[in-house]
Design a protein around this ligand. Structure first.
Ligand SMILES: [Zn+2]
Length: 433
């Protein structure tokens, strides 16, 4: 048996007065999701602790059964997703160029997201492309617009703080070793080199003719670099090693391609068009045909993007569009005895409030030949709470998947030197010749 997990990114939400106290998912006309809930076993899911608001890449990483302390950082995930040359031991940081003004020796952020045409971005980013000091090389690799990834190579540490204050009006922060690494010479040296790079970049960018011209025109100069979320690519067990399943991710975003590489899953990069229902239908068909995989993760970002618009009615409509593609699931995938089909989300993206993502749990349904059938008849954040799965957190999801595809090991049996959660393990045959 194999598992197809449909992930509706950022699906969970809050109750809204404009929807008569319902969530967008509750308010949506979504007969196919409701049909799957009726057949399946329902519950709620949180990829970490209830109330914690997670970014998608971390939520996915935890869903796939990895630990928080194993996470290599968003910079590494994005770099791998963009196809950059990041190797084990390199540190990667999310980076951008922006506008600061000097006030009593401090660099105060004035425009975090300044507008700049592509060719000017390239010219400025090239200017600060490579920097070397104390055996450490710093490379700025542009990704999109003013954004980029900063890669540090050499004897470097990711145990360092951010320099980007994010909020305008606050000064750029000195990069420091984290508290736990305050005595670590490598972290101290990495922080010192990064601070030197930030000062060097400020001077180089400020003196650039393009910025001089901007100032003359009354525009803010794009004259500093901000960094955040340092991470390091380390050695992780692959998804197949940890869970005994050959995994595939079908998604459009580079970030998911990056997550796939971090955990050693194959990725199928698909395109988003202006028809999210058709896009999702194609992904589901691909997933159903991919019989060589044991675990297939089908992803759509449209529900999360709808939540970010902070318009509950819009998100309701997007969910209704997505639901149309699930007629295929009800007709073709759910009746397939060889498939455990799951629908859930990585986190909530509430259409109200000021938070980027929110910490509420999300609905979850599992349907396969070994799942129980509970009394839930509607797929949403409230109805699913009464289902047979209760609250599922973190890597419990992967244990449940192994259980419902009939592959979980009886604890205590040791068919290989690793105490793996699946059966059969990588055993060695006894030989008599
Ligand atoms: Zn989001």
């Amino acid at each position: 048996m194999r598992c197809i997990l449909l992930l509706l990114d950022g699906l969970g939400d809050r109750s809204h007065p404009v929807l008569n106290g319902k969530t967008p998912l509750q308010a949506a006309h979504s007969p196919n999701l409701d049909q799957i809930a009726t057949i399946g076993m329902n519950g709620l899911f949180h990829s970490h602790l209830q109330g914690t608001a997670l970014p998608s890449e971390l939520a996915h990483f935890l869903m796939f059964g990895y630990r928080l302390d194993e996470f290599p950082g968003r910079g590494v995930v994005e770099a791998l997703g963009e196809g950059l040359d990041v190797r084990e031991g390199d540190v990667a940081l999310l980076t951008r160029i922006f506008s600061v003004t000097e006030e009593q020796g401090a660099l105060v952020l004035t425009h975090e997201n300044p507008e700049l045409d592509q060719s000017s971005c390239q010219i400025l980013q090239q200017e600060i492309g490579i920097f070397k000091q104390d055996g450490i090389e710093v490379e700025f690799v542009p990704t999109k617009g003013i954004g980029g990834i900063l890669i540090l190579r050499g004897d470097v540490s990711s145990a360092i703080t951010d320099s980007n204050p994010i909020h305008e009006g606050r000064p750029l922060m000195e990069v420091l070793p984290l508290r736990r690494a305050s005595e670590d010479l490598c972290a101290q040296r990495t922080a010192a080199v990064l601070n030197a790079y930030l000062c060097w970049s400020y001077r180089k960018l400020s003196a650039h003719p393009l910025n001089k011209k901007r100032v003359k025109m009354g525009l803010p100069p794009i004259n500093a670099v901000g960094t955040q979320r340092a991470g390091m690519l380390g050695k992780l067990p692959t998804f197949a090693e940890r869970w005994g399943l050959k995994g595939l991710i079908i998604a459009s975003g580079a970030l998911y391609n990056g997550i796939g590489q971090v955990v050693g899953m194959d990725t199928r990069r698909v395109k988003d068009t202006d028809d999210p229902s058709r896009d999702l239908l194609e992904r589901l068909k691909l997933a159903h045909q991919a019989r060589e995989y044991d675990f297939i993760h089908v992803h759509t970002k449209v529900t999360d993007e709808a939540g970010h618009k902070k318009d509950p009615l819009f998100k309701q409509r997007v969910i209704e569009t997505v639901d149309k593609a699930l007629a295929y699931v009800v007709k073709e995938i759910v009746p397939d005895e060889e498939v455990l089909f799951i629908v859930t989300a990585d986190h909530s993206t509430a259409s109200s409030g000021t938070m980027i993502h929110t910490g509420e749990n999300v609905p979850l349904v599992m349907t396969g030949k070994y799942t129980r059938r509970d009394d839930v008849k509607a797929f949403n954040e409230v109805s699913c709470a009464a289902g047979g799965l209760s609250l599922v957190r973190g890597n419990e999801l992967m244990y449940l998947i192994l259980n419902f595809i009939d592959r979980a090991k009886l604890w205590g049996l040791m068919d290989s030197p690793d105490d793996q959660p699946f059966t059969p393990g990588r055993y060695t045959s006894l030989r008599v010749d």
